[in-house]
Design a protein around this ligand. Sequence first.
Ligand code: FAD
Length: 656
Amino acid sequence: WVAASFTKQQFPLARLSSDSAAPRTPHFDVIVIGGGHAGTEAATAAARCGSRTLLLTHRVDTIGQMSCNPSFGGIGKGHLMREVDALDGLCSRICDQSGVHYKVLNRRKGPAVWGLRAQIDRKLYKQNMQKEILNTPLLTVQEGAVEDLILTEPEPEHTGKCRVSGVVLVDGSTVYAESVILTTGTFLRGMIVIGLETHPAGRLGDQPSIGLAQTLEKLGFVVGRLKTGTPPRIAKESINFSILNKHIPDNPSVPFSFTNETVWIKPEDQLPCYLTHTNPRVDEIVLKNLHLNSHVKETTRGPRYCPSIESKVLRFPNRLHQVWLEPEGMDSDLIYPQGLSMTLPAELQEKMITCIRGLEKAKVIQPGYGVQYDYLDPRQITPSLETHLVQRLFFAGQINGTTGYEEAAAQGVIAGINASLRVSRKPPFVVSRTEGYIGVLIDDLTTLGTSEPYRMFTSRVEFRLSLRPDNADSRLTLRGYKDAGCVSQQRYERACWMKSSLEEGISVLKSIEFLSSKWKKLIPEASISTSRSLPVRALDVLKYEEVDMDSLAKAVPEPLKKYTKCRELAERLKIEATYESVLFHQLQEIKGVQQDEALQLPKDLDYLTIRDVSLSHEVREKLHFSRPQTIGAASRIPGVTPAAIINLLRFVKTTQ
Ligand code: FAD
C-alpha cells in the first residue's frame, strides 16, 4: 500500500491530502476500525448495504472477543439485540449458535419488559463470529493498527471543518475510503490497573490506541475519561457447587433471533449457574486495603449499574451482595464470578474470594483488573452517528461512552448503515425514540451526553409497551429493507408475512363475539365473569391469563385454528391482545412526539450568531455544541428551556 498524504499545520497528526495526491489505492467505500462488538456489526451492515468495506483491526483472532462477561442480553439489552436482529445484524444469530444457558429475565412482569438473556460459550461465539465475518460478501478483513486519519477539504453543502478520506496505519501505509467508522472500544489511551500497578493496554493482552486518541483531540473533539473493570476467573474444579443455590435454564429456550425457532442446544444439555453471596469478611478486606487499590481512588467515573465489589462495599456497607457463578463455555474449566469485578492486588483477590461460601478452596486463574480509557462526548455526533466536526467520520460503541456488548452492537449496525448511505448520497437512517430502544440509546447520547458509562434500561424508554422484544421486526425490518437496504429479501418477506398475519388475526379476533356465559361454557378454565350481558370479543377473552390461542381455537376452531399453526404467531397474538387497550392511548402520545420530530432544524444554523431567534447565551451554547436535528431533540437537551423551544419553533415555521 502506498503512503500518499500531505500534512498541514493545523492538523499536525492528521494527514491532509488533496485530489491530485499520489495513487489512491487501495480504496474502499467504508473503512471500519475495530473488530469488537460495534465494529463487527458496522462492517457487516455496511457490506449488506452494498458498500465495499474494509474491517481493520489489531488482531483477526480477537474478532468477536467478549472482553468481560460471558453473557449477552438482559433487561433492556435483550430488546437491543432483537432490534439489531431486525436489521439483519449478527449478534443475536451468533448467540443462538453459541449459548450454554438461556433464560428470560423479568418473566413475572409483562412481555413488554421481558429480558432475553443467555450465558455464552466465549470460544464458540468467537469462532462463529469470525466464520460469519470472514464469509461476508463485499467485506475485506485486514489486521493492522490505525494510527491516524487522512483528511481533506470539507464538502461545501455540509457542516464540519474537514472530511475524512482514509486512514494511516502504524507502518505508515494508507487506505482510502468514502466513510470511516471508529469503533475502538476501551483502547483510546487505555490503561490497565491492578492494585497500584498500571500499564498501557486496551484490555488484557492488547496494545492501547495512542495515535488515534491524539488525532481526535487535536481535531477539537471533547474527550473524557471513564473506567470499568472485570472480575477474576476461577478454576471450576476448585468450587464447591454442592452447597450453593443451583439455577437451571428455561425449557424451552427462547432464541434471540427472529430467524430461529430454537437454539443450537437442548435445554437439558445446557449448563447451570450458581448463586452465592459476599459477607462482612469481604467488606473488611476491601476496606483494609483501599490504599493498595488505585483504580478505586481514581475520580474517573465507573459503571453505575455494573460496579466493582469495592464500590459496592463503599456505597452500600454491611450488605450481602449477590455473586453469580457463571459458566464460561461448554468445555471451559473457568467460572466467571459476576458481581466480583475488582482491582485489588492479585494476591489479595484470592484471599477475598476464599472468604465466600462455596469458594473456600477457589483458585484464581486470571486476576480481575480495571481499565481506564478515553471516550468522546457523544453530543459531538448526529443521530446517524456521524461527527459534527469531521464529515463522513462515524463513531460507534464504547468510544461514545456506552458500556456493554449490546449497546455497542446497536450503534455499530446504525453507523454501518449510515456510513454506507453517505457513500451513495442517500438520506440518513435514523431510528427515533418512538421506534426503538436503539433510538432511545442514540437520542440520549446525542442530546444528553453522558458522564458515566451508559447502559440501556427499560426505564429509559417512554413507550415501553409499544417497543417490545416480540415486535422489533414489525418496527424495524421493513424500514431496514426499504430505507437502508441492510435486510435480506428472505427476512423481509417473513416480516411482511408476520405483520399481515397479525393484522388479519387481530381483526378476526375482534369480529368473533359471544355472550360471556357462552364463553364460560366454551373455556371453563377461564375466570370470565358471567355477569355481563353484552357480547364479549374473542380478543378480550384472549387477555385472560389462563387463555391462549390454543384454548381459544379449541373453543372456536373455525376460523381460529389456522392462527395456532405458527407458534410465534399464536404467542404474538396473545401479547397484542394483552396490550390492546393501553396501546391505543400510547399511539396518540407517539403521534405527538413524531410531530415534533418532523420539525427539522436547519443543519447550518449558527446558534451563536443568529439574530432572528431570541435565545439566551447559555441556550445558544448548548444548541451550538449538540446541534440537535429536530425540535424534539432540542427540547430534550438539559437547560434548553420551553420558552427557547417555542422561539425555535416559531423560527422554523417562518423559515420553512
Ligand atoms: P471493543 O469490543 O473493545 O472492541 C474494540 C476493537 O477495536 C478491538 O478489536 C481492538 O483491537 C480494536 N482497535 C482499537 N484501536 C484500534 C486501532 N487503532 N486500530 C485497529 N484496531 C483497533 N461491559 C459491561 O456491560 N459490563 C462490564 O462489567 C464490563 N466490563 C468490562 C471490563 C473490561 C476490562 C473491558 C475491557 C470491557 C468491559 N465492558 C463491560 C465493556 C464491553 O466489553 C464493551 O462495552 C464492548 O466490548 C464494547 O464494544 P466495542 O466494539 O465498542 O469495543
